[in-house]
Write a protein that binds this ligand. Structure first.
Ligand SMILES: C[S@@+](CC[C@H](N)C(=O)[O-])C[C@H]1O[C@@H](n2cnc3c(N)ncnc32)[C@H](O)[C@@H]1O
Length: 256
């Protein structure tokens, strides 16, 4: 694909296998084309590895963090379970929103390896009283038994999968963690962006097939209680209807 951006003329020209498409630079369509490339280039340049939240590194695109904040604000979950802790920034982020909203939300973080310096920093954080760390493979029986102890029968539960993003692992996580997701809540099976990154520098050559979206699609096919559905934005005074995101086709709502 060839993009010609002309700021003097105020146009964006897209040339690809479908032909030539000239559009106003200041249009939703141009923003969509440019956003996708911005996400791709930013991913290669490790843009999402440049943020922290309240002192802990958080490996996320800020747009996605605002969207998950909207969901926490709407659902007011009793429990948030996240696989993939790394430095702990995302756990601290959810805990900070819950505390700011005066919610009793408990945060459960699972990681196959919680490095000692990360554990130490997370445990020393002022928001740690809301957080439980579980070390173990996210689909291991012993891990699932420990996670299950933090979920009560009528809890509203939000699940975020951010560990190993290979298709088979995500599918195994979806099958294991979906039982805890309450009706009208979500599993956010993150990083579906991998599908569009295949063959870029730093990306796996098989990512067009081996990615979380592939797992999400198999999962909803075998489990009619879930649909892939992006939550409506609570505020939108634009004509935009797409996200700038690392999480395309990643929101799975429990409908039954
Ligand atoms: C992308 S990082 C998580 C980032 C974190 N959620 C954040 O927003 O800052 C992925 C983490 O998943 C963990 N991980 C990889 N495979 C795993 C598995 N099978 N079970 C549990 N955690 C795993 C890695 O150790 C790593 O810390």
């Amino acid at each position: 694909m060839k993009l010609t951006l002309d700021t003097d003329a105020g146009t964006l020209c897209v040339e690809d296998a479908n032909g030539v498409d000239m559009m106003s630079l200041y249009s939703d369509r141009a923003f969509k084309v440019l956003s996708k490339q911005w996400v791709n280039v930013g991913w290669v340049q490790k843009h999402c590895y440049t943020f922290s939240w309240m002192g802990r590194p958080i490996i996320q695109l800020p747009d996605d963090m605002i969207r998950i904040q909207e969901m926490i604000c709407r659902l007011k979950p009793d429990v948030i379970i996240e696989t993939g802790v790394a430095h702990g920034g995302s756990l601290i982020y959810y805990a900070s929103i819950a505390k700011a909203m005066d919610l009793p939300t408990r945060i459960v973080g699972v990681d196959i390896e919680i490095r000692p310096h990360n554990r130490e920093a997370i445990e020393a954080h002022p928001l740690f009283d809301r957080i439980t760390l579980i070390e173990g493979g996210s689909t291991e029986k012993s891990t699932l038994t420990q996670v299950g102890k933090h979920v009560k029968k009528k809890d509203t539960v939000l699940v975020i999968l951010d560990s190993d993003h290979s298709r088979d692992h995500v599918l195994a996580e979806l099958r294991a963690y979906s039982k805890w997701v309450s009706r009208d809540s979500y599993i956010v099976s993150t990083d579906g962006v991998m599908q569009q990154l295949a063959r870029l520098p730093r990306a796996g050559a098989d990512w067009d097939e081996n990615n979380p979206v592939a797992a999400n699609e198999i999962f909803v096919e075998e489990n009619p209680d879930f649909v892939i559905e992006e939550p409506e934005w609570p505020f939108n005074e634009s004509t935009l209807d797409f996200r700038v995101t690392h999480w395309p086709k990643c929101w799975l709502r429990r409908i039954a």
